[in-house]
Ligand binder design. Sequence first.
Ligand code: C5P
Length: 221
Amino acid sequence: MQVAIDGPASAGKSTVAKIIAQKLSFVYIDTGAMYRACTVIARNHHLDYGDEEGILKAIDEDGIELRSEDGKQKVYSAGKDISLEIRTPEISANVSQVSALPRVREKMVSLQRKMAGEMNVIMDGRDIGTTVLPNAEVKIFLVASPRSRAERRLLDFKERGIETNQTVEEIEADIAARDYKDSHRKVSPLKKAADATEIDTTHLSIDQVVEQILAEIKKSE
Ligand code: C5P
């Protein structure tokens, strides 16, 4: 079984995907974390975020590994835990440039398909239903108002212990800029798959979203 969850930034994809993965004993794959890791690698190697060749080489050197530790998702690269670093505003501001590089996407998509392999997976991102797992049995497209997404992101920073002096308005503007770039890139832009079910999470609790997705999974069995 493959469950694809796509949607714009901070619509609640990873929160619900993690809960569903735990409930159904599926493997959860956070593809955004992979593009964020590519961006951290580019920065650590002092590369220009448009330097496709250099970034590909650096990814090969450092590697990207998603691990589950005590029920928590961790990202490792070059032997270091970079789980917090990938969430900083600096990385968020530059990840769309790196994720638009066609050969970087090619590399990540092939890793993602390999990870999906023969296991039951729930994968979240921007192009899972359209490109990575086009035959996924369940495809969900999560949306929410820009303000509620900015509020959630601020809460997420607090919970992760990431300090920020950004206001909710500034975060909303950053999210809108990232969504614009992600929706307008040439290679597999953020887009609802024709056969995806759209859920607007603005006025829904986490439990309500989880219930709706579980119902979709049940329908497809
Ligand atoms: O999901 P998250 O906000 O962590 O994703 C970070 C960025 O990674 C997105 O803004 C997008 O540029 C990129 N991304 C992507 N394709 C995916 C997942 C994420 O291009 N499947």
